[in-house]
Design a protein around this ligand. Structure first.
Ligand code: AMP
Length: 400
């Protein structure tokens, strides 16, 4: 079985051809700057360490996907003889709204239902669906499956997902907490369950810390709360997103600075978070280097970011009546020992004992970071969203 995993953005297309059962990746890469001058394809074959970058005009996603298929079947460095070897295509779709609590085979009818959520994710969903449409055109007859970022969080109870605004805003405008990064939270919480020996009852907190960041509370394998909301702006302080602030501050800043809605939106999504406080970069590595050199703003940004992660961990432990395992994942969660240790500072009262020595050594894969005496296990787990997409695609296609 070979599944092509596609993650289509407005000007990019990430892809992986993989075996959903073994997790083997045959080829991986991305098309960048689609529709913009200087578009290029990156293509890699992990088994042979072969890498190539091809510059070519890609006015639309169609040309991009044609290039991907061309590389996959290339006589010299391709990994399949013909596109017929691709059994199914799995697509990342950002917003499934309330209609999709699970991955789904994409038919014309289903695509129409997905389109109804486009308003909730105007930058992402149309691009994701463009990827689906292009695959259907270029690989007719192949099954396409949609895997939603929001689906894993659909098990949240109403007390967690409702906002205390007029009820009509929920009924008429679908305003509620949806949550994102669902495929990552699903992968990592499943891995945590496996590490624990798949007990019937479990309480896991997953901290997905990357450029975008979110925390989720997973009880008995089901998400009961998560930090992102109607949009991926709510929750933790992120690379360029502000996360939780007083909603009245938005109106205050907007009025005082005489900003348009679009400008205010950009201020919260692109100019806030680490970048907003540190001002020199949104990248956690730059931030840590500056803090080590005594940059006070960098220190402040790290303190703010980790204070908020810690607050969410404590909140979710309270929500679940305890916690068995705290997992860190994402670019920062998997690599930054500083962020992990500062986020857990002061949680000793909950039974969290970090092994600071193990935490400070960089190792690949899943690593236990807590002491054996710790009541709460702490792990770093490498996320693999593509594998979740490939596996969901495989199980849906097999079932059909
Ligand atoms: P992601 O969005 O998951 O790709 O994560 C990107 C973030 O991970 C950026 O802020 C990077 O600076 C951060 N990151 C990657 N490697 C490291 C590292 N070794 N130490 C600290 N942060 C890192």
């Amino acid at each position: 079985m070979k599944v092509l995993v596609i993650n289509c953005g407005s000007s990019s297309l990430k892809y992986q051809l993989m075996n959903p059962e073994s997790g083997e990746v045959f080829a991986v890469g991305l098309c960048d700057r689609i529709g913009i001058h200087g578009s290029k394809l990156e293509y890699e074959v992990p088994a042979t360490d072969f890498e190539i970058t091809l510059e070519n005009d890609m006015p639309t996603h169609k040309e991009a996907l044609e290039m991907v298929i061309g590389a996959l079947v290339n006589e010299e460095y391709g990994v399949i003889k013909s596109v017929e070897e691709v059994d199914a295509i799995g697509h990342r779709v950002v917003h499934g709204g309330e209609a999709f609590a699970d991955s789904v085979l994409l038919t014309d009818e289903v695509i129409k239902a997905v389109e109804e959520n486009n308003e909730l994710a105007p930058l992402h969903n149309p691009a994701n669906l463009m990827g689906v449409e292009t695959c259907m055109k270029l690989m007719p007859g192949k099954p396409n499956v949609g895997v939603f970022d929001t689906a894993f969080h659909q098990t949240m109870p109403a007390k967690a997902f409702m906002y205390p605004v007029p009820y009509a805003d929920y009924k008429e405008l679908k305003v509620r907490k949806y949550g994102f990064h669902g495929t990552s939270h699903k992968f990592v919480s499943n891995a945590a369950q496996e590490i624990m020996g798949n007990p019937e009852n479990s309480k896991v907190i997953v901290c997905h810390l990357g450029n975008g960041a979110s925390v989720s509370a997973v009880k008995d394998g089901k998400c009961v709360d998560t930090s992102m909301g109607l949009t991926p702006l709510q929750g933790l302080m992120m690379g360029t997103r502000c996360g939780d602030i007083d909603p009245a501050a938005v109106l205050y800043i907007k009025n005082k600075r005489e900003l348009t809605d679009k400008e205010m939106d950009a201020r919260m999504n692109k100019q806030s978070g680490i970048l907003g406080i540190f001002e020199k970069s949104s990248d956690c590595r730059d931030l840590e280097m500056a803090a080590a050199d005594g940059d006070e703003r960098a220190e402040l940004a790290i303190d703010m970011m980790t204070y908020r992660i810690r607050s969410y961990i404590a909140q979710y432990a309270a929500a679940m009546g305890g916690v068995d395992m705290i997992c860190f994942t994402g670019g920062i969660g998997e690599n930054s020992s500083l962020v992990r240790s500062k986020a857990l500072e002061g949680l000793e009262y909950m039974g969290v004992e970090l092994d600071t020595e193990v935490n400070s050594v960089r190792k690949k894969g899943s690593v236990k970071l807590s002491k054996d005496s710790s009541k709460v296990a702490v792990y770093k787990i490498q996320t693999n969203e593509e594998l979740v997409i490939a596996r969901d695609t495989y199980s849906i296609v097999k079932g059909n």
